[in-house]
Ligand binder design. Structure first.
Ligand code: GAL
Length: 375
């Protein structure tokens, strides 16, 4: 009799496991490992960011597909939700790319989407780096989409080059004069001279400033900022968004000229603003950088590489995408990075590590597995 009861119990258990591909809940982070969603499928949200809204976290990122072709966001922006940050539920595609035949601007060159909520309008706003078809990375546009629901669908509004016709708050005299950079294009990874003698900013005054790798940041006073690699990637811009978060006000600053900062992530702690960034080496990881400022428009002071024990100087083989303040836990921030796999983009991994503080500086150390309550 006992034997039969055991047999029935194990048969039911086996059937249950077969039906639910992810029976075991995660209770820790395992940086660089496969990270399954509620359906047992590796999370597909690369170059992403997280919004905390009404008790839940929402992770938005590029949906990649197999192979090298998969490096383009062939499908769109994928959204997942979680209440504990370990276990994620697939919420589907929040913003879909359109078929080529549609003639839409929302095509596959869509990178680093970030979503914020506008508390005044109640709308969810997504900004992303957009490259129109057939232009390689020369478009350097910023796209914006909006939704009444956090998980979407998001409706695409427009793509712009920020701050057309406006000088930055820290403009230099050279930007107001003629420049050898007029009508010149560069390769995005280096310049043939000093950025402040080439005057790329002046070249782009009329049409707006280039904007590639990007993030968003909402300050305590509700003002939102768009932070992006500009001037042929050479210089980071921080630009204020309008009250509805749908446009740029024209107020912006340029920082770290000639440092080729990419993959910006911003957070605020104890009244200070922090940035983490990478260098500019495409899908190959490089050494991280960090900076601090008392004001969002500077002076920004570089703090160097925040990674400790990163012997290969590759940000633990990852590139920053977001720094997440954990809700309800003082001084708890998570570094979110992408471990790209350009040969098979869908297999890109996520490197999430705890952030620690050392005076005014923040640091990141590798750990194979970790839990929030151990920090
Ligand atoms: C990286 C950038 C990625 C993507 C890639 C393409 O430097 O951070 O978002 O644009 O280059 O090569």
């Amino acid at each position: 009799m006992m034997k039969n009861i055991y047999a029935i119990f194990f048969t039911v258990l086996a059937l249950f496991s077969a039906c639910t591909s992810k029976p075991v809940a995660d209770d820790s982070f395992k940086p660089g490992e496969i990270w399954s969603d509620n359906n047992g499928i590796h999370i597909n949200a690369h170059g992403g960011g997280i919004l905390f809204d009404q008790g839940k976290y929402y992770w938005f990122g590029e949906h990649k597909t197999e192979g090298e072709q998969g490096n383009l966001a062939n499908v769109g922006v994928h959204c997942y939700s979680s209440s504990d940050l370990y276990n994620w539920t697939d919420e589907g595609i929040a913003l879909a790319v359109m078929p080529e035949s549609s003639g839409s601007d929302i095509e596959k060159g869509l990178e680093r989407p970030k979503v914020v909520k506008n508390e005044k309008t109640g709308k969810y706003i997504m900004w992303f780096h957009l490259e129109p078809k057939g232009k390689g990375y020369k478009g350097a546009l910023s796209g914006v989409a909006v939704s009444d629901n956090v998980t979407g669908p998001y409706v695409y509004l427009k793509a712009v080059r920020p701050s057309a016709g406006h000088y930055p708050v820290n403009v230099l005299d050279i930007h107001k004069g003629d420049s050898p950079a007029q009508n010149q294009n560069f390769d995005g990874g280096s310049l043939p001279g000093n950025v402040d003698t080439l005057n790329i900013l002046g070249r782009d005054m009329k049409g707006g400033q280039m904007a590639r790798d990007m993030t968003l940041f909402v300050d305590d006073d509700g003002k939102a900022y768009h932070i992006y690699s500009s001037e042929e990637n050479s210089t980071l811009h921080i630009a204020e968004l309008s009250d509805d978060y749908l446009s740029h006000t024209g107020k912006y600053g340029r920082f770290f000229p000639g440092r080729f900062m990419e993959a910006p992530a911003m957070f605020k702690r104890k009244g200070k603003y922090y940035l983490m960034m990478s260098g500019c080496t495409g899908w190959s990881p490089n050494q991280a950088r960090s900076a601090v400022s008392d004001n969002i428009f500077g002076e920004w002071k570089e703090l160097g590489d925040p990674c400790i024990g990163d012997t290969t100087k590759t940000t633990f083989h990852s590139q920053s995408t977001y720094i997440l303040p954990v809700q309800g836990k003082e001084d708890c921030y998570i570094y979110m990075g992408d471990r790209w796999n350009p040969k098979d983009a869908i297999d890109g991994r996520y490197v999430w590590l705890p952030i620690r503080f050392d005076g005014d500086r923040f640091t990141i150390e590798w750990t194979d597995q970790w839990k929030l309550n151990e920090q």
